[in-house]
Design a protein around this ligand. Structure first.
Ligand SMILES: Cc1cc2nc3c(=O)[nH]c(=O)nc-3n(C[C@H](O)[C@H](O)[C@H](O)COP(=O)(O)OP(=O)(O)OC[C@H]3O[C@@H](n4cnc5c(N)ncnc54)[C@H](O)[C@@H]3O)c2cc1C
Length: 488
């Protein structure tokens, strides 16, 4: 299978509508106008059919956990895309649903005028369901394009039970996939840029604060000042991470710290909303080693955590998270699709069995969803992590693991803990509602892990973590002070 074929899935059997007005790219997940395989494919179709390209990006009111925080981040991205589309000479149609401008039926009306539809093959949240619904409803071809990772997900099959099994597959396919990256500067053929009028008033807003406040979405989950959405802020954050915080990543990534004091990149929201491509991230990080090319890959280190991409330990450690661990989540969703619905379908047998065997163990503490959400537990470190999440839309990545483990330990049942974690993560985290939201949470329950001795109450042989050990391992005082300062 070629790299290009591996990225494409045809979702219905309808023939191309030769008389269609345009090729439609329905941008659902990769919300950017460069480094985007779906956009490249849509442009190639427009060129081949001699039709204009229309890029339709929409934001509805009714997605799960809709809030001022998530809306604002996406809208800032749409503002960036509007400017970039003007510069490129592309038909870009931003639609934002309001009570006066409902979304119902609009996409199907637009698609019925198209010769064919191209969309994003993002394997999580509302995207797969929406895409299937459109493919059933329209009478033109719908193509889903995988722009999720550097190696197409179709080349990483079948499903794995540990990151160690996926790493060699990624390393093996890396050089060839790297040679087939998406276009950094898409060339718009004249025919693709021919103007087409939208059947609605394209969204524009001079006063984003007032606009977001006017919408019937959860206003209590407030936008994050200092973390604007969009392709431009995403690139700026990437550059500043490489210049200032990549050095030390291998050694100090796990030490809890305020975002600007630690070594985490903070890029996951931009990756999640597609404002940044993982190809851009890898290129910028590899460039930190000098004039990097695939000839510099260390084939003798293929399949190993260290040494494959470069001799630089920080670059390797970062790429192992950003490629192997990120792809583990995407690959798992790609093959298992609906299995996140319950622990029963998601967990490996050993983890499910040990959690069930300890289901009636006495819990040292039991908290309700309201208490979790209000950061009202006996544990100051857990409370700090939850406060950081609620206030900033992010949790430091080591504490995120501890945060998940403790909810399992102090909930009535593992199933209740799973629902609590899904809710808190997806409601507050800017990077939530992602394949890695589910695999990250499920990792706390034993997914991609192994049994650990000794067997303990509640968790059984699922890996245990404690706030006391975390406090012994790291200096947590500066982190607690940082979270304290967020309240003021
Ligand atoms: C309970 C729990 C929930 C999680 N929920 C999410 C989520 O909603 N969305 C999300 O993207 N990640 C999630 N993760 C994975 C991980 O915590 C975040 O990706 C990481 O903290 C993001 O911060 P960063 O961008 O600063 O990471 P960096 O350390 O700078 O890493 C760079 C990139 O690599 C990827 N990455 C890093 N660590 C992991 C990891 N452990 N697993 C998968 N990918 C990784 C991310 O894309 C990240 O942006 C979760 C983990 C746990 C334990």
């Amino acid at each position: 299978m070629s790299q290009r074929q591996a990225r494409l899935r045809r979702l219905n059997a309808h023939p191309t509508a030769a008389s269609g007005d345009f090729v439609l790219y329905w941008m659902q997940a990769y919300r950017r106008l460069s480094h985007n395989h779906a956009l490249d494919y849509a442009l190639a179709c427009a060129r081949e059919l001699g039709r204009p390209l229309v890029v339709y990006e929409a934001l509805r009111l009714d997605y799960p956990w809709a809030s001022a925080r998530l809306h604002r981040f996406v809208l800032e991205g749409m503002r960036d895309n509007t400017r970039e589309a003007e510069r490129l000479g592309l038909n870009y149609w931003p639609f934002v649903e309001t009570l006066r401008a409902p979304a119902r039926g609009l996409l199907a009306r637009i698609a019925s005028r198209a010769a064919l539809v191209v969309t994003d093959d993002f394997p999580c949240f509302v995207v797969p369901g929406q895409t299937q619904a459109l493919a059933r409803r329209v009478s033109v071809p719908v193509w889903a394009v995988d722009s999720n990772g550097i190696v197409p997900l179709a080349l990483l099959q079948p499903a794995v039970s540990a990151a160690a099994h996926l790493r060699p597959r990624i390393h093996k396919a890396f050089a060839e996939s790297w040679a087939h990256r998406a276009s950094a500067r898409p060339r718009i053929p004249d025919v693709a840029g021919r103007p087409v009028d939208p059947p609605f008033e394209p969204w524009r807003s001079d006063d984003l604060d007032a606009f977001v406040r006017s919408l019937p979405i959860d206003q209590a989950v407030a936008p994050i000042a200092g973390m604007p959405g969009g392709a431009r802020p995403a690139r700026a954050r990437l550059r500043s991470f490489v210049a200032r915080r990549l050095r030390g990543y291998a050694e100090s990534r796990s030490a809890p710290a305020a975002p600007d004091a630690g070594h985490a990149s903070g890029l996951s929201p931009y990756l999640h909303f597609g404002h940044l491509s993982i190809e851009q991230v890898a290129a910028e990080v590899l460039a930190a080693t000098g004039d990097w090319s695939p000839d510099d890959l260390h084939i003798d280190a293929r399949g190993k955590r260290e040494g494959f991409f470069s001799e630089d330990a920080d670059v390797n450690a970062f790429l192992d998270e950003a490629l192997t661990w990120r792809d583990v989540g995407f690959q798992w969703h790609w093959t298992r699709r609906q299995d996140t619905a319950s622990l029963e379908t998601a967990l490996p047998g050993w983890a499910l069995a040990t959690l069930r065997a300890h289901a009636s163990d006495r819990r040292a503490f039991v908290y309700s969803l309201e208490q979790w959400e209000a950061a009202d537990t006996h544990d100051p470190l857990w409370n700090a992590a939850q406060r950081e999440l609620a206030a900033t839309g992010a949790i430091h990545n080591y504490l995120r693991m501890l945060w998940g483990k403790k909810v399992i330990e102090w909930s009535r049942t593992p199933d209740e803990a799973y629902r609590t974690l899904e809710h808190l993560n997806n409601k507050y985290a800017l990077d939530g509602r992602d394949p890695n939201s589910y695999t990250g949470i499920l990792w706390c329950f034993g997914l991609f892990d192994r049994p650990w001795a000794p067997e303990r109450p509640v968790l059984g042989t699922v890996r245990y973590m404690s706030s006391e050990n975390t406090a012994r391992k790291f200096r947590i005082k500066p982190y607690l002070e940082y979270v304290e300062s967020l309240a003021g």
